[in-house]
Design a protein around this ligand. Structure first.
Ligand SMILES: Cc1ncc(COP(=O)(O)O)c(C=O)c1O
Length: 463
């Protein structure tokens, strides 16, 4: 089925939205003068303009037009306890009050306590902190290349590891995944990256057979974000581990999204597969810019004094920033201590959310589905990507299928529904988004009703 054209509907919704949020609409004009497209992160710059937020609490954000928007984006999936949870903000407020929090340029104790917890929960030896998931995957790849003395980086097509040079190769969702997604990536870097397909065992074996001796690392998300938090098949990850062992390749799990999202630790453990390096970010930061590489001593040691800091994972003015470390330590300790409560609760509410939302779509006669729902591996899944496949029976087990506009109605979920739901004061991303512990049955009812009204409006344009 060719991609549908919703331009007249989108224009109609955009006009309604301008009337709904006049202050944000007006602010966009000012912001666009000095910021490219009015902001600094493409996903936040909703077309025709984003709601400008002045406060956020729990499941809601408040915009400058006075709307209390029910939010399922939750800080790019970072806010597992909702926006500005008191568990973290009170600790930060106390710290600031006693003169602790902003940058000192010294080593504090919180980072060691945080590292102890993360290492313990992942079974890894050592950690080093940085400020973004992007940097964590870049450093992980750098360490793998130094450790093996090899050049080639193997990744999965569509996998987003952040906007560093290796990460930008093969992030597109076009057929073949051959292209570099940003102008400016050096040809040499593009040549050093081999792109394979998620969950495609045969292709993986072929790549290793041909290039195994030259591969430095295989980096992948065990639950891939692109296309909808789709878990790898267990046998795929097991085989990846075996092949990496056989050919001496460093296996890196990018758990920037999945770390501490499905349990108080890494998600690899749920698959029974353990990589050599894990990258984490988002949830562990407690709302602050924190990311980590955790891994085996033999690889991590390359950044230390004993090996003359040969891998330069050592800068970063704001690395292990005091307030960030405090927030992260508080969040990680909370999740470990409340693991038996937080994750089952998220799972229960998420199951209810999916059930109620799908019922609304069914009633409206629109075949919707949640990508990535795989209860045997991820029983405690709280991330939700709603898709509308053209064929009800299609198997959606990789980004290649979900993100193919011939397979799923992408403009419907990413543009039309997004705007229609904003008019209901509900913010969704990729069809729905992230559940936090601040979302209750009240919010589930609210989003279900909002989808119902949005679908009524959209329905005449669907057939
Ligand atoms: C799997 C994965 N890795 C890395 C990154 C990059 O993290 P950051 O945006 O903190 O740089 C992201 C960001 O969304 C991600 O989803």
């Amino acid at each position: 089925m060719p991609e549908k054209n919703y331009s007249s509907l989108i224009e109609k919704l955009a006009n309604e939205y301008r009337n709904h949020s006049p202050k944000s609409a007006q602010f966009q004009q000012r912001a666009s003068q000095v910021l490219v497209d009015g902001g600094s992160h493409a996903l936040r710059l909703i077309d025709p303009f984003p709601p400008r937020i002045r406060a956020a609490k729990g499941a809601y954000v408040e915009d400058i037009d006075g709307h209390h928007i029910l939010d399922f984006w939750q800080g790019h999936y970072a806010n597992i306890l909702g926006h500005n949870p008191p568990e973290v903000t009170e600790v930060l407020a106390e710290a600031f009050a006693r003169g602790d929090g902003l940058q000192t340029g010294f080593a504090d104790m919180a980072q060691a306590e945080l590292a102890e917890m993360i290492c313990q929960q992942t079974g890894m030896d050592q950690a080093r902190f940085t400020t973004s998931g992007t940097l964590s995957t870049m450093y992980a790849i750098l360490m793998a290349r130094a450790f093996t003395g090899r050049e080639l980086v193997l990744k999965v097509g569509g996998g987003w590891h952040g906007a560093h040079l290796w990460g930008l190769v093969g992030v597109g969702h076009k057929q073949g995944f051959q292209h570099v997604d940003s102008v400016g990536v050096p040809e040499q870097v593009a040549q050093d990256v081999i792109v394979t397909e998620f969950n495609h065992l045969k292709k993986l074996e072929e790549v290793f057979k041909i290039n195994g001796e030259c591969l430095a690392c295989f980096i992948l998300e065990p639950v891939i974000g692109a296309g909808g938090m789709i878990p790898a098949r267990r046998d795929y990850l097991q085989r990846a581990r075996e092949l990496c062992d056989q050919y001496g390749v460093v296996l890196i799990f990018d758990e920037v999204v999945s770390g501490f999202r499905y349990r108080a630790g890494d998600v690899g453990t749920l698959f029974g597969v353990h990589p050599d390096l894990i990258t984490m970010g988002k949830v562990i930061g407690g709302g602050m810019p924190v990311a980590a590489v955790v891994g085996k001593k033999a690889i991590m040691g390359q950044v230390g004094i004993a090996q003359k800091n040969k891998v330069k994972f050592s800068g970063g003015t704001y690395s292990a920033h005091p307030a960030s470390m405090l927030a992260a330590k508080t969040m990680v300790a909370y999740l470990i201590e409340h693991e038996e409560d937080v994750y089952p609760r998220l799972a229960k509410m998420s199951a209810l959310l999916r059930e109620k939302v799908l019922a609304v779509f069914l009633q409206a006669g629109v075949h919707a589905r949640f990508a990535g729902v795989e209860k045997s591996i991820l029983p405690q899944n709280s991330l939700h990507t709603l898709v509308v496949p053209f064929d009800e029976n299609v198997v959606l087990d990789s980004p290649d299928t979900v993100l193919d506009p011939e397979v799923c109605d992408l403009p419907l979920t990413d543009k039309v529904l997004k705007l229609a739901m904003l008019l209901e004061d509900v913010h969704i991303v990729h069809g729905l988004g992230a559940m936090s512990t601040a979302h209750t049955e009240v919010e589930i009812d609210r989003i279900a009703k909002a989808y119902g009204r949005a679908l009524e409006k959209i329905k005449p344009f669907l057939d």
